[in-house]
Design a protein around this ligand. Structure first.
Ligand code: NAD
Ligand code: ZN
Length: 264
């Protein structure tokens, strides 16, 4: 199937579908300028993943310092990022009444910023935009904590209520995924009739099991990604390339099918 056939096939499936689940990974946000953590010269070349585990964060101040330094280095790119055409296409799908859920591995908050309804978005790996107390669960907007850290020269913040260690509200290595979000994501996958994966290598478990779950329950599977994944064989349609470009083209065709005038 060439690329324009894939675009047409995806638009057709979307037009026919009633309950679409979109599942996104880091690849949907590269066109918003959020770098892949693993690229050479990137943040991973300066930090050791073994130093950033949840267990080490809990265990000692030394590792809490390393974690916060790492987090504050990766954050600025996410703070200034703006949603791209791929994020906006998913907003349009919601407006068309097609979207039953949007499950993301991303922590950048760009689906919220793009304008999808918060109740449709399920963040499997948490968010960089909040900070949480690991002991009592109290939460703060990130900027509130980090501006205090800047002002008072604090390297590791602690909870005002219980003195527990504060951590950005993302899922660290070795930390379990939020149970309720995981359950809801699998429920969405089981109950949809179309499951669209965008910009994920589908190697991080258990999230990568979601397309399989959807397929077992009869959903049509679509993949939009730059590179092959271990699940390519079960996909009904694969469009390889830029998520922003492909989803823009898909929505152009979808609008024609729906008889809706272009909004952009
Ligand atoms: P990933 O495993 O989700 O893989 C990214 C995939 O996207 C790759 O297969 C790549 O080929 C594809 N891709 C890249 N740019 C693309 C584009 N413009 N269009 C279409 N496809 C594109 O991501 P990862 O970097 O291996 O990260 C793993 C974990 O790290 C994620 O689960 C996430 O929690 C975290 N992470 C989050 C962000 C973010 O929030 N934006 C960024 C990097 C990493
Ligand atoms: Zn607390």
């Amino acid at each position: 199937m060439n690329e324009s056939d894939a675009v047409l096939a995806i638009a057709q499936l979307l037009y026919q579908a009633r309950d679409v689940v979109v599942f996104t990974g880091a690849g949907i946000s590269t066109e918003s300028g959020i770098p892949d953590f693993r690229s050479p010269g990137g943040i991973w070349s300066r930090y050791n993943a073994d130093d950033l585990t949840y267990q080490k964060f809990r265990a000692s101040e030394k590792y809490r310092k390393i974690y916060w330094a790492y987090d504050r280095e990766r954050y600025p790119a996410m703070k200034k990022a703006r949603p791209n055409a791929a994020h906006l296409a998913i907003v349009e799908l919601e407006k068309a009444g097609k979207l039953s859920g949007l499950v993301t591995q991303n922590i950048d908050g760009l689906h919220h910023r793009a304008g999808n309804s918060p109740e449709k978005i399920w963040e499997l790996h948490g968010t960089v935009h909040e900070v949480v107390c690991l002991d009592c669960g109290a939460r703060w907007p990130r900027e509130e904590i980090t501006s205090r850290m800047d002002r008072e020269n604090i390297e590791v913040p602690y909870c005002d209520y219980c003195n527990g260690p504060l951590k950005v509200a993302t899922v660290a290595f070795g930390q379990s995924l939020p149970e309720s979000v995981l359950e809801k994501s699998f429920e969405l996958a089981r109950n949809c009739d179309m499951f669209v994966t965008v910009g994920s290598s589908l190697v991080v478990q258990p999230a990568a099991m979601l397309p399989l779950e959807a397929s077992r329950h009869g959903a049509k599977l679509v993949l939009i990604n730059r590179t092959p994944t271990p699940y390519d064989a079960i996909m009904d349609v694969i469009a390889m390339g830029s998520a922003g470009q492909i989803l823009s083209e898909v929505m152009d065709v979808f609008r024609r099918f729906s008889g809706v005038a272009a909004t952009r």
